[in-house]
Ligand binder design. Structure first.
Ligand SMILES: C[S@@+](CC[C@H](N)C(=O)[O-])C[C@H]1O[C@@H](n2cnc3c(N)ncnc32)[C@H](O)[C@@H]1O
Length: 228
């Protein structure tokens, strides 16, 4: 669904207002975004307001272990790692070596290297390895990589969850393409993800549509319960 330039400007202005008043990025977060841009990374990280939402969710569940699929430059990783309970860790997965190097620098600059483990390679492989290592359960998982693979990442994340774990997946509405996904692998992926969610034993979920500086999209919030 198209959003015109005037609407997008309005959404961005409201995001800016919220960011100034409530989110208040500090230097480490601003520097991470700037260093990522300077290193040529695509500017597709979560917005400051979304980063704060992830941070608050992680604090609400008192997360001591967080799994992130899709590191990019580590912007959301920093928000998540800062929410950890003392001694906690984030495991974050990224396919691109250059992106992962930039993220490593940003995470170090933020003073969070001890709390973050980066794994480089296709996320499905890394997730299967983590399952094999019995690395779970993770208290919270944030899925934000290639959208066509969101269903596979969800199923693997579920294997590393426990009753009470929270799974968040970003960009699941895709401007409404969720409703007519044919021929769009990302939209087909998030459609399949919703179908999986609707039948996953013990999982309770909802999807919230969002507008903001990044246009019209949405995220899913899922709570894992007792599995049959
Ligand atoms: C939307 S960005 C992540 C943004 C990041 N979570 C943030 O908000 O700061 C998606 C990332 O997933 C990575 N990615 C894409 N396909 C992947 C795959 N198959 N395995 C692992 N990472 C992948 C991309 O290289 C990109 O860095």
């Amino acid at each position: 669904m198209g959003i015109d330039a005037r609407e997008l400007e309005r959404f961005s202005d409201v995001d800016g207002y919220v960011a100034d008043l409530l989110v208040r990025e500090d230097d480490a977060l601003r520097d991470a975004a700037a260093a990522s841009a300077a290193a040529g990374l695509p500017q597709i990280q979560v917005t400051p307001a979304q980063g704060k939402l992830l941070h608050l969710l992680a604090r609400m569940v008192r997360a001591g272990s967080i799994l992130e699929v899709g590191t990019l430059g580590g912007y959301s990783t920093i928000w998540l790692a800062r929410a950890l309970e003392p001694g906690g860790r984030v495991v974050t997965l990224e396919i691109d070596e250059h992106f992962a190097r930039v993220a490593g620098g940003n995470i170090e600059q933020a003073g969070l290297s001890d709390a973050v483990e980066q794994r480089v390679g296709p996320a499905a492989d890394s997730l299967r390895a983590l399952v094999g290592e019995r690395a779970g359960p993770f208290d919270m998982t944030f899925i934000d990589a290639d959208k066509k693979s969101t269903p596979e990442y969800f199923e693997l994340a579920l294997e590393m969850s426990r009753p009470g774990s929270v799974i968040v997946a970003d960009n699941v509405v895709r401007g409404g393409a969720l409703l007519e996904p044919v021929g769009d692998p990302g939209a087909e992926g998030v459609r399949r993800f919703h179908e999986l969610l609707s039948s996953a034993p013990g999982v309770s979920a909802t999807t919230i549509q969002t507008v903001g500086a990044k246009g019209y999209d949405g995220f899913t919030l899922a709570l894992v319960g007792k599995r049959a």
